[in-house]
Design a protein around this ligand. Structure first.
Ligand code: ADP
Length: 259
């Protein structure tokens, strides 16, 4: 798409002329579409739990409140949806902070071990509830990497949380680290159902889910992996996914080694 702006030159009359300026607005239009899609997605995501809460409140007001059997069910529905709203607002705030240019990370030369252990600790309870075994495989002599401690903890927590959520009851999840040329690579691998190949290219997009219903039921917002990708890139690293249907999924984060 080209926008042409034409101005007539008034000059001194000796050489009258016209200036035509060509702007390629393809990128601008694309950004505009991304923005409107994002607002539409956010509105939709917010409306679903709000509607559920209003319906539950109305039902309670219409009499369910005094029914000892129905009342707890509607209160639980309000609780579940309020949590979902909260998670969504938290993720949106995180994303907007990360995307704003003012967000500065504190990049230092650090050992990845403590970030891995912190993420494992935070996910221990959900793992126990879903009977998922989490194993750490960290070589003892890992070189330091250059990263922000809190950002890496958030990245690993999101990946581990997804592995626990989507791999299913009784699954096995391994977090491992290894040295690659000038990099430290961290992998979160599960033996769950995997992700169909046609979705792999899009799962880092905001609100992209393979199965929206399942993600919502599991408390997902569709923002976790886009937060992961942003944070990793702010740390000058990369994140990749490999998946085989019926075998499992592996996310690999690569960070620069300390110089
Ligand atoms: P959500 O809040 O839905 O989990 P994410 O951005 O974290 O959002 O993930 C996007 C989608 O990628 C998920 O909805 C799920 O379909 C898929 N996904 C992520 N991690 C895994 C995994 N370990 N196994 C299978 N599917 C996964």
């Amino acid at each position: 798409r080209i926008l042409v702006r034409v101005s007539r030159l008034q000059g001194d009359g000796a050489r009258p002329g016209v200036i035509a300026v060509f702007h390629d607005v393809t990128d601008l239009r694309r950004l505009e579409t991304i923005r409107t899609d994002f607002v539409a997605n956010v509105s939709h995501e917010l409306r679903t739990p709000v509607t559920a809460i209003s319906t539950a409140v109305e039902t309670l007001q219409l009499g369910a409140l005094s029914d000892p059997h129905d009342a707890p069910e509607f209160v639980a529905m309000i609780d579940r949806n309020a949590r979902r709203l909260r998670q969504l607002v938290d993720d949106l705030l995180d994303l907007s902070k990360i995307e704003s240019r003012t967000h500065k990370l504190d990049l230092q030369d650090l050992d990845v071990t403590s970030a891995v252990e912190h993420a494992e600790h935070l996910c221990a309870e959900p793992a126990r509830r879903r009977r998922v075994t989490v194993t750490l495989d960290l070589p003892p002599e890992l070189p330091l990497a250059h990263f922000d401690q809190r950002a890496l903890e958030q990245v690993l927590t999101n990946l581990l949380d997804n592995a626990i959520k989507y791999a299913g009851e009784g699954a096995h999840v391994t977090i491992s680290a290894r040295v690659e040329e000038r990099l430290v690579a961290l992998t979160v691998a599960d033996d769950g159902p995997g992700i169909p190949a046609q979705h792999l290219g899009r799962i880092f997009e905001r609100f992209y889910r393979v199965d929206a219903g399942r993600s919502r039921d599991l408390g997902g917002t569709g923002l976790g992996l886009s937060i992961v990708k942003h944070l990793v890139e702010l740390m000058n690293g990369t994140v990749d996914v490999e998946s085989a249907l019926g075998k499992g999924t592996r996310f690999t984060v690569r960070l620069p080694q300390a110089k």
